[in-house]
Design a protein around this ligand. Sequence first.
Ligand SMILES: *Cc1c(COP(=O)(O)O)cnc(C)c1O
Length: 233
Amino acid sequence: IRALADIAHGAGAILCVDNCFLSPVLQQPLKLGADLVVHSATKYLDGQGRCMGGAVVGDAQRVGKEVFGFMRTAGPSMSPFNAWVFLKGLETLGLRMRAHCESALALAQWLETQKGIRRVFHPGLVSHPQHELAKRQHLKVSPGGITGFGGIVSFEVEGGREAAWKVIDSVQMLSITANLGDTRTTITHPATTTHGRISAEARKLAGITEGLVRVAVGLENVEDIINDLSGGL
Ligand SMILES: *Cc1c(COP(=O)(O)O)cnc(C)c1O
């Protein structure tokens, strides 16, 4: 983020970071030089899949005047009930993120030992190309605790789309949906859901293969999550 901020500022641009996957508990981009941060409150800020909302964070000019002015004119304002739900969610955000991180790392490490899996992606894995960078950039889940690598794990199965769908369709406990940041673990096939509307070339460039499965690890016992995935694998 620091390097991207320098490049952006050198070119007279601003840097906006989508911080949905980590939440403010695990990464604070403004401190690393970013100018704007966006959060989907629908995800970890609520944390229980109840409401849709979002947040734009930045300074008094950009957010206080420009974003606020646009929102007031264009009209997408949050209902008081949703705002209340998000505020209640924030009260447990730190504890939840810690649990998501611990379980996601355990799941990722287990997946790496399984047959039929080409590759596991999670920044907490030593095998991840940006593991060291994530370690420097992310925050700890608690003072003296582990680094927060987030609750998202993805893996590529051998056998392409058919094999990936088989894994996904076999789950009993996990929810099959593209949402993330819920107390419940969710599983999805990015190539046909979150990235289904971009071209095959763009998917390839982004590393979204047909065999890729994404899991957003929830707050269930991680052994139950592992047992559920074992069936399809
Ligand atoms: C879900 C998501 C969004 C969009 O958030 P909504 O609340 O669904 O509008 C943006 N960025 C990332 C990384 C997301 O996961």
